[in-house]
Design a binder for this molecule. Sequence first.
Ligand SMILES: Cc1ncc(COP(=O)(O)O)c(C=O)c1O
Length: 545
Amino acid sequence: MLDAADTLDWAAFQAARQRYFDRLAADSALVRLELAGRLPAAEPSARAERDLPGGPGRARAKRLGRARRPAVGSPGPPIGEGTVAVHRVKKTDEAQATDDVYAATDPGRSVPKYRIPEEEWDSPHAHRLVRDELLVEGNSRLNLATFTQTWLDPEVVMLMGETYDKNMIDKDEYPRTAELELRCVNILADLWNAPDAEDAVGTSTTGSSEACMLGGMALQRRWRARRHEQGRPADRPNIVMGANVQVCWHKFARYWDVEQRLVPMAGERYVMSAEEAVARCDENTIGVVGILGSTFTGEYERIAEMAEALDDLQERTGLDVPIHVDAASGGFVAPFIQPQPAWDFRLPRVKSINASGHKYGLAPLGVGWVVWRDAAELPEELIFRVNYLGGEMPTFAINFSRPGSQIVAQYYNFVRLGREGYRKVQQTAQDVALHLADEIEAGGPFRMLARGTDLPVVCWTLDGDANFTLFELSDALRQHGWQVPAYTMPPERTDLAVCRIVVRHGLSLDLSNLLLEDLRTVLDRFGAEPGRRPSEIAVSGFSHA
Ligand SMILES: Cc1ncc(COP(=O)(O)O)c(C=O)c1O
């Protein structure tokens, strides 16, 4: 909470900032006119005087600026006449192609798009230009395609601003940030029922993708070490997972030369089953990846069943295949609203778990986590030691420099919300998802594939004949500002197109009703178009993140 003194300071800071921007704007108008030869250049001391608060500069600059500034939209002074405004290149020169970039209050100036300008520009104009450039993007709160967090506590925004300069890798310089990271690892190990959470082994990452890479690397190294101990070849590792894995697992397999054994979807089964997983395991299997919250439908894979089937495999054949749980989204949902069945370290076969802090962990974009059940699961050779308070701090990561802010914000969320707060947030998301599922199902020719009972994700397909495709529906909703992706499923169900809504903190019941209203409008419009037929073009620009 801000107290009165903070509020006053903040107001004073904003006023000072505005004065500074006004002064820069006035000064830049003068500089342009001077360089264009329309004003005698000011002596440095005169410029400095103008810059003084209340000095003559502002009034003069405003007066002259208004009188002489080219009309909005006019091309400005000709090139080569000493103006700072122009960095145009020949339009035919594709290598340097630079269309004019319009900057809100400085229309005479253009800057190159694809090379760094020769001269500097004042910060308010550059800021406006960049901000304007981003104006046409979608509204992230209405982006129902993403699992990542788009609503933040104002306090998180403040903390981010206060800590953006801390490099989390500099453990020696920022020992308290390092301490908060350690606490987060302990908190997650406890949340996921590690046998000895106080002695947990884990790390923050940039997101689940990096966390999955680390989890996969540890599996590979452990398998290789076992094979070497047995005097057996270790050159043909494979990993077993569903075709519904997120792209990061395909990357892992390709980057680290591991064969992917993918369980395809079949019929109405959109996740990997335990039997199908076990059927693909052999002595070269480094592990099985179970997903707590499929990216495609939000459905939880049955991790306990997988563990049981792998126990059985071990009894029958001696093969001991570990499980890594990719709980990118579910790791922050299941513990709060679906405590059963066990999917985490309660199952001895689960050796490591990852989750995205920036998804249902409610932290800002840029943080993920991976935790191992105990130190024995993380091969020592993967750990690097960095200097920490004169001692040594073990780190295991692909990245080096990274902001500490997201880690700090993650810790803030744990302290601020506690188990009770997380439960309320996730339960609300699930309630909204269930509501949306009921209304969508009742409102159109749709069949639900997921209603939000696992992750708060709603996924549906067309049921029977319709005079539109889901891609057209997605497009039409976009015209109302909503981003609801339409896409086809992975092998062997690429014939199946679906729409998906990820319900997150910030999509209130109220907002979801607005979405439903717009959905009704779109469906009515399709219904009122005589002779309308579904388009044959199926295009989707959405990625599964
Ligand atoms: C199951 C799963 N794993 C991994 C990822 C990658 O996560 P991140 O975007 O945090 O790197 C995602 C992203 O949607 C996911 O759904």
